[in-house]
Write a protein that binds this ligand. Structure first.
Ligand code: PHE
Length: 446
């Protein structure tokens, strides 16, 4: 059997994992949630969760990968035969997210191309976005381009593909984020937005906000979808896992907070302090922001830089999702990487079609009152991810015991936060995860 590929060093691993973590969630969800749930208060709660829960689950996943040197299904199975289904859930989540993530990735390419070719004026037209996403063919073409970009990197493997791409793309992303952020803060009226974004407003504390922070943390750190297990399986035996996790967390939270510096002041300045303008999701990114960029001048440069950075964030996340699926196929069915990449590519394109058409000609087709894209998002983020995380906590905390984790960590360094880890994984994390599960189901159907 071939020897398993490895990242060349810890930086290669940390950049790839951070590339996975930093994605659309950081840019279009974090700033909105922070603005909605009490500004700095939300940021503090979020960081607290990252350092405790996020730390615990991410450590677990990376350790499971490095210890077994297998992708998710095999990793759980190697630890205890009966539990490979937890790995299956993780890979299913990755497989279901991939197609619709690629549809959105395709939208981002379209906007980047529109801005860089100077067509931003049309992008500020109210119907531009809706007309585009509801048209039957064009979004699918952009989606296919996004899928192919992702597939080319994954095809080249761990060192020559994933590691190399992230080593170039992640620093570029940071520079672009800082550039757009500084520009946005220099706009008149930006200070008001900044205050609204960052000063803690304790009167807006709510349980709903706490659970939103927790849910965002799972999504943003790419937990519970087999990604960190897969990337962990390429980590060298002597690389310090605890330190790597800290660095990934700093990266991810840093970019999320900076995204707020880019978006909140600009939207505030543009809308005259209207909080409603800061809506979440596609509306903010594809409708409000193009208008904001247009209004502040330099739109070709700032708008193109912005959509390019979003594209980089999305591609590096999609690469990690695809790698989780591809490496599972390779491990489980013993097929070659190029075959697994080909299969996954076809699957992403075919499954992306209903996600795309659900915004247009198939919009009447609804399950649970959701269109296809929202349905996939709901099944993965609201249901399967928390279930997978809960099962992982129970599996490590009670079935096999936390020693499996600490022994592996200690092969390369001390385990400084071992006590906290043990308490979190056994008792605190499961209770909170059940709370997220209930709240996301209730809020969708309530
Ligand atoms: N962590 C990514 C983000 O914040 C989201 C993501 C989801 C990445 C699924 C990979 C897989 O946007």
């Amino acid at each position: 059997m071939n020897e398993r590929s490895e990242f060349s060093n810890k930086i290669g691993f940390v950049l790839a994992a951070a590339g996975s973590a930093v994605g659309l969630g950081n840019i279009w969800r974090f700033p909105y949630l922070a603005a909605k749930y009490g500004g700095g208060l939300f940021v503090l709660i979020y960081i607290f969760f990252v350092l405790t829960f996020g730390f615990t689950i991410m450590m677990t996943e990376i350790v499971l990968g490095r210890k077994t040197r297998l992708s998710p299904i095999g990793a759980y199975k190697a630890i205890n035969k009966k539990y490979s289904f937890i790995g299956i859930i993780a890979v299913v989540v990755a497989g279901l997210i991939l197609p619709y993530y690629s549809v959105i990735g395709g939208w981002v390419i379209k906007y980047f191309v529109t801005f860089i070719t100077g067509g931003y004026i049309s992008a500020t037209n109210d119907n531009f976005f809706i007309d585009f996403i509801s048209s039957p063919v064009e979004p699918i073409i952009w989606q296919i381009i996004f899928v192919l970009m992702t597939a080319i990197v994954v095809l080249r493997g761990v060192k020559d593909g994933i590691e190399k791409a992230n080593k170039v793309l992640m620093p570029t992303l940071i520079i672009l984020t800082l550039g757009v952020g500084i520009y946005s803060m220099s706009l008149p009226g930006a200070i008001e937005g900044l205050k609204y974004y960052l000063i803690p407003d304790f009167s807006r504390f709510s349980i709903e906000g706490v659970l939103a922070a927790l849910g965002q943390m799972f999504y943003s750190l790419s937990l519970s979808m087999g990604i960190m297990i897969t990337y962990g399986s390429y980590l060298k035996q002597n690389d310090d896992i605890e330190k790597s996790v800290r660095q990934i967390e700093i990266f991810d939270s840093g970019i999320a907070i900076l995204a707020g510096f880019m978006i909140v002041p600009a939207v505030f300045a543009f809308s005259g302090g209207n909080e409603q303008a800061l809506s979440a999701g596609p509306g903010l990114m594809f409708i409000t922001l193009p208008k904001v960029f247009h209004s502040m001048g330099l739109s070709t440069i700032v708008g193109s830089a912005f959509f390019l950075l979003v594209l980089l964030a999305a591609v590096t996340s999609a690469i990690s999702l695809m790698e989780a699926v591809v490496s599972s196929l390779c491990d489980k069915y013993k097929i070659a990487r190029n075959k697994a990449v080909a299969l996954t590519t076809v699957f992403m394109i075919v499954m992306g079609v209903p996600s795309s058409l659900g915004n247009g000609i198939w919009s009447n087709f609804k399950i649970l009152n959701l269109n296809f894209l929202d349905l996939m998002d709901f099944i993965t983020n609201a249901v399967l991810m928390p279930i997978g995380a809960l099962l992982t906590c129970i599996f490590i905390g009670f079935v096999v015991g936390t020693k499996v984790i600490s022994d592996e960590v200690k092969l390369s360094s001390d385990f400084k936060k071992e006590k906290m880890f043990n308490i979190m994984i056994k008792y605190i994390a499961p209770i909170f995860i059940i709370a997220i599960l209930l709240s996301s189901i209730l809020s969708t159907f309530g």
